[in-house]
Write a protein that binds this ligand. Structure first.
Ligand code: 4NP
Length: 159
């Protein structure tokens, strides 16, 4: 089976995308897949920081360990990863602008495209809100990443 390298991207890389990385890593381990999950931010404002303590706490309660350290997306990511999944449309638009080669644009998508229902246009930023927002991030991401994996596993049967 072809290895898939997945990069999840939000603004600060301390709330949504590290949660996505942990949910994906959990599924990769559970399904014993030769895949890699990583995450990055479009802003470098939190470079070198651990994830937001509220994200760590809510993820832990749902069985996920957030261990990633914030870093900004870099040009080599567009070459190194097979799938680059934005948490919302502003992060997707930013990546389309900085993508170093139009041939790589097909790697970019919005993570909520893979949700079972088309009700979310992105993963809402929980940073300035209450604790419910952090749980909602996990709800949306579990659904979206399950859908993403189904799509990729279905493709790998046919290639
Ligand atoms: P994230 O959340 O993009 O999901 O990591 C945010 C983190 C920090 C800020 C905004 C959103 N901030 O403005 O510092």
């Amino acid at each position: 089976m072809k290895s898939q390298k997945l990069l999840f991207v939000c603004l600060g890389n301390i709330c949504r995308s590290p949660t996505a990385e942990a949910v994906a890593a959990h599924l990769i381990r559970q399904k014993d897949l030769p895949w890699v999950a990583d995450s990055a931010g479009t802003s470098g404002a939190h470079d070198g920081e651990s994830s937001d303590p509220r994200s760590i706490l809510h993820a832990r309660r749902r069985g996920y360990d957030l261990t990633s350290v914030s870093r900004q997306i870099r040009e080599s990511d567009f070459y190194d990863f097979d799938w680059i999944l934005a948490m919302d449309s502003s992060n997707l638009d930013f990546m389309k602008r900085i993508c170093p080669d139009p041939a790589l644009l097909s790697k970019l998508s919005l993570i909520t495209e893979y949700c079972s229902e088309r009700k979310h246009k992105g993963v809402p930023d929980p940073y300035y809100g209450g604790s419910d927002g952090f749980d909602e991030v996990i709800d949306i991401l579990e659904d979206a990443i399950e859908g993403l994996f189904e799509r990729l596993l279905d493709r790998s049967d046919k290639i």
